[in-house]
Ligand binder design. Sequence first.
Ligand code: HEC
Ligand code: HEC
Ligand code: HEC
Ligand code: HEC
Ligand code: HEC
Ligand code: HEC
Ligand code: HEC
Length: 259
Amino acid sequence: MNFRPRLTKNTVLFGGTAVWGLLLISCVAVNRTMLAPPFVAGAAFVGNKGCVECHEEQTSKIHTSLHAKVSVADASLGSTSCESCHGAGSLHVKAGGTKGNIINPRKTSETCFQCHLDKRGEFSLANSHQVMNGKMSCGDCHDPHEGHAIRGSGASLEAQNENCTSCHTAQKGPFVFAHNAMREGCVACHNPHGSVNQKMLVARDANLCLRCHLQTTDRNGAIFVGGEDHRTRLQNGTCWIAGCHEAVHGSNASKPLRY
Ligand code: HEC
Ligand code: HEC
Ligand code: HEC
Ligand code: HEC
Ligand code: HEC
Ligand code: HEC
Ligand code: HEC
């Protein structure tokens, strides 16, 4: 077994094994390192046409999926995108669909890390969604079988937020006083994979807010944010401590999002 072939740029290799050999996968403009699909001992690739009969739900829209592009370049098999995430399927098909002969990435994110190497690091950061211990899966936020893989993003940022608020109901709203930042999506302030900062914030201090709220200084040294002198307030470090803008997601009582 040998996972050495690592190409970036436009050429992508599956790791070589006795079973697969070195198979070139056809994938346009991929600028990342790729390794092998998950390994199923003794199984060979059969192509998506070998899955259709029993898995209509997953197969019917796969052509709209970004991952439909990820395929072993063996014309006789047609597309093999299913197997690039689930591993070679011949044994599973032959057995009429028993578990154990096919990989279900819900149980392990290793499948995804094969190609998205950088994500392992993000989920290993101190503040992250609990994917590494299996309590959550990439599939909670990504639809591997349809459309743009990021749930909701095909439609609008609001739809993407809805995926988050299906679990995080406290941030859902609607609020009497909405914070318009939410229109930029939860990802305007949070890295959904993980962050060195608490609460997976993209910045740990006032800079989180100052990216959108202009800070100006007058000649007396007053520092204005949102029309108010924040000279002393900014010394608190963050803007969301109690007594300041604690209700960053929106408020039903306070227009300046104090509580
Ligand atoms: C990008 C990787 C990826 C590709 C490509 C992919 N799948 Fe999946 N598949 C997943 C993930 C992730 C899950 C687990 C979903 C979840 O967490 O809910 C899954 C789950 C499944 C399941 C189990 C569903 C269940 O309810 O337990 C089946 C069956 C399946 N996929 C079939 C297919 C078929 C058939 C194809 C090709 C048409 C395919 N998959 C392509 C990643 C992929
Ligand atoms: C002859 C019917 C049949 C074919 C063909 C078939 N499957 Fe399945 N598959 C099943 C059945 C039935 C199950 C459910 C097994 C169970 O729940 O015990 C299943 C389960 C799965 C699962 C979930 C396994 C798990 O551990 O949760 C995945 C993933 C999957 N199939 C992918 C594929 C892929 C990819 C192909 C094509 C290479 C394929 N299947 C072809 C019948 C089939
Ligand atoms: C065999 C390689 C491979 C595997 C395995 C794989 N991906 Fe991908 N993924 C790709 C490629 C190629 C693209 C599209 C090219 C690009 O934009 O970089 C992509 C795109 C994505 C995107 C969208 C990226 C964007 O920029 O919009 C997401 C999200 C994603 N994959 C999640 C997953 C998840 C979750 C899994 C595991 C269930 C997975 N991938 C498994 C190769 C793979
Ligand atoms: C809590 C929800 C959530 C989970 C869990 C999650 N993602 Fe994401 N992911 C997102 C969102 C939201 C985006 C879009 C980020 C943006 O627009 O800035 C994204 C973007 C991506 C992208 C494309 C952009 C990039 O950062 O390269 C890839 C690839 C990706 N995720 C892979 C994965 C993999 C692999 C897993 C599992 C190991 C995973 N994600 C788990 C929410 C999640
Ligand atoms: C499937 C459910 C689920 C989805 C979907 C989900 N999360 Fe989470 N999220 C969790 C769980 C569980 C925790 C961990 C809570 C804990 O440890 O107490 C968490 C933690 C968080 C935290 C840190 C909270 C803390 O106390 O440190 C933030 C921020 C967060 N999620 C944002 C998001 C965003 C943004 C999205 C959408 C991109 C999202 N979540 C999607 C379940 C989910
Ligand atoms: C304007 C920036 C911003 C946006 C946009 C944003 N958040 Fe937050 N979020 C924060 C800040 C700041 C905190 C930390 C609050 C604290 O520690 O008191 C936080 C905390 C959280 C927490 C932890 C709550 C707790 O009680 O510990 C969750 C969960 C969360 N956000 C989810 C979301 C979701 C889901 C969305 C999108 C619907 C979202 N956030 C959008 C800034 C934002
Ligand atoms: C993605 C951009 C963005 C980010 C990041 C952001 N905001 Fe906002 N915020 C807005 C927009 C847009 C408005 C509505 C227009 C306005 O009043 O400037 C708003 C309005 C507000 C208001 C209401 C003003 C009023 O009286 O009506 C407060 C308070 C506020 N933001 C605080 C914060 C805090 C605190 C943070 C950091 C946790 C933050 N914002 C981060 C975009 C953002």
